[in-house]
Design a protein around this ligand. Structure first.
Ligand code: B12
Ligand code: SF4
Ligand code: SF4
Length: 345
């Protein structure tokens, strides 16, 4: 077996060469507060329709139960910092705002490939077994990220770093190899509340806690069926995900450029016209969003979101488009269209 410190140094070099902005290590049992905090989250019902969050909680709460043989967790951050101000489009009500992370290729595919290459390198160098995860298993990625020192969980609950801000995806490589660990990161939010006040739906019942049922990311991506009317009106023109709390964080002044050009916004997704998006049928939707994370929600939920945005647009020119969808075969789309017509008439 090779010397652990020397191996770890080369592992970090390898990870940075792959394009990750940071690579740090913790033990799987280094997140003792998670089971209790997860329970608070679930008991309050903050997960809404995401029933899968209440399943396999023994794994989501404790990574050492998920894979008892694992001795180290290598935590990695991959930057997707936007090259533009993502809040600028919010002032253009006839256009749809798509979250930065979804304006091009699906990060799950890109990060996973990089994680697998890094894991293969580690096996070749040190042996042992590995498993890689990026939002693909019940793993508390943010808490592990903080334990390894990648950053800290900010008041908006996402991982923030003094070195790369908060525009980063998190991935992990679990291994049976015992690597030297890094120090956990401490909270640097201080008295700042910028993310909490930036939230358009008031989705934070307290700092560090998110009621996903009010979060636009949840409402536009995860929530099936009609959205509460009170919340529809607060969506503005956000049609897939939301970046307001991330964009507000002052630590982004240290953000580093996205490592992969495939995260850069596709021209047609930077400022798409709501009128065009509303008319997508299933085939056109699939063609437009092939390889994109948006494909997962399907045409009906996407057009539902577009119609809510049309209803919020105060643009009478969009009335005819909304009218054509009031008889849509999907009842949620038809309901959203009627709501939009009612708001614009
Ligand atoms: C479910 C989920 C969601 C849900 C719920 C989000 C949430 N905050 O729980 C929804 C759909 C809303 C969502 C939205 C987004 N998500 Co998401 N999501 C996840 C997922 C799959 C699980 C998160 C989870 O376990 N939540 C459950 C709660 C209990 O966990 P938690 O937020 O960590 O809660 C902790 C705090 O409440 C904390 N806590 C409680 N009290 C206190 C008190 C103090 C003092 C402290 C310090 C902490 C603390 O302890 C809890 C446990 O650690 C992860 C991937 C993964 N497997 O981890 C991605 C993940 C968190 N999502 C991610 C992203 C990018 C987003 C969005 C930015 C996407 C977008 N632009 O629309 C938004 C951000 C919204 C937000 N403000 O969080 C990234 C975040 C990367 C990062 N830098 O942190 C992740 C890690 C995916 C990835 N692999 O990159 N997401
Ligand atoms: S993603 Fe948007 S809606 Fe969700 S918590 Fe952040 S600011 Fe609020
Ligand atoms: S905006 Fe302020 S409070 Fe929110 S995560 Fe960033 S530093 Fe912390």
């Amino acid at each position: 077996m090779k010397n652990g410190s020397e191996l770890k140094e080369r592992l970090v070099e390898q990870a940075l060469a792959e394009g990750f902005v940071s690579c740090r290590v913790c033990r799987p049992w280094d997140v003792p507060l998670v089971p209790e905090r997860l329970e608070v989250f679930l008991k309050a019902g903050y997960h809404g329709q995401m029933g899968w969050m209440a399943e396999r909680t023994h794994w989501r709460g404790d990574p050492s139960v998920l894979w008892p043989e694992a001795r180290s967790v290598i935590m990695l951050a991959e930057s997707y910092t936007p090259g533009h101000d993502p809040t600028e489009i919010l002032g253009h009500s006839e256009l749809g705002a798509i979250s930065v992370y979804a304006q091009n290729k699906d990060y799950h595919d890109l990060v996973k490939k990089r994680l697998k290459r890094l894991a293969r390198w580690l096996i070749a160098e040190a042996g042992g077994e590995v498993k890689v995860f990026v939002d693909t298993a019940p793993v508390p990625e943010k808490a592990l990220g903080q334990a390894a020192g990648l950053g800290w969980q900010g008041k908006h609950t996402n991982l923030v770093s003094q070195d790369w801000g908060n525009w980063a995806f998190i991935g992990s490589v679990f291994t049976t190899y015992e690597l030297p660990v890094d120090e956990a990161e401490v909270d640097h939010c201080g008295s700042c509340r910028a993310c909490l006040t930036a939230c358009p739906t008031d989705a934070f019942p307290a700092p560090y806690q998110l009621d996903a049922r009010r979060c636009i990311s949840y409402l536009t991506i995860e929530h099936k069926g009609p959205v509460d009317e009170e919340l529809r009106a607060l969506l503005g023109n956000r049609i897939y995900g939301c970046d307001d709390c991330l964009a507000a964080c002052p630590w982004n002044k240290f953000a580093v450029a996205a490592s992969d050009l495939r995260y850069a916004a596709r021209e047609e997704l930077k400022a798409p016209a709501l009128a065009d998006l509303a008319m997508l049928d299933d085939t056109a939707f699939r063609a437009m969003f092939s390889g994109s994370p948006i494909k997962r929600i399907g045409r009906d939920r996407f057009v539902r979101n577009v119609l809510y945005a049309i209803g919020n647009s105060a643009a009478p020119s969009l009335l005819p488009v909304a009218r054509t969808l009031t008889e849509d075969s999907d009842p949620t789309v038809a309901d959203a269209a009627r709501w939009a017509v009612g708001r614009l008439s």
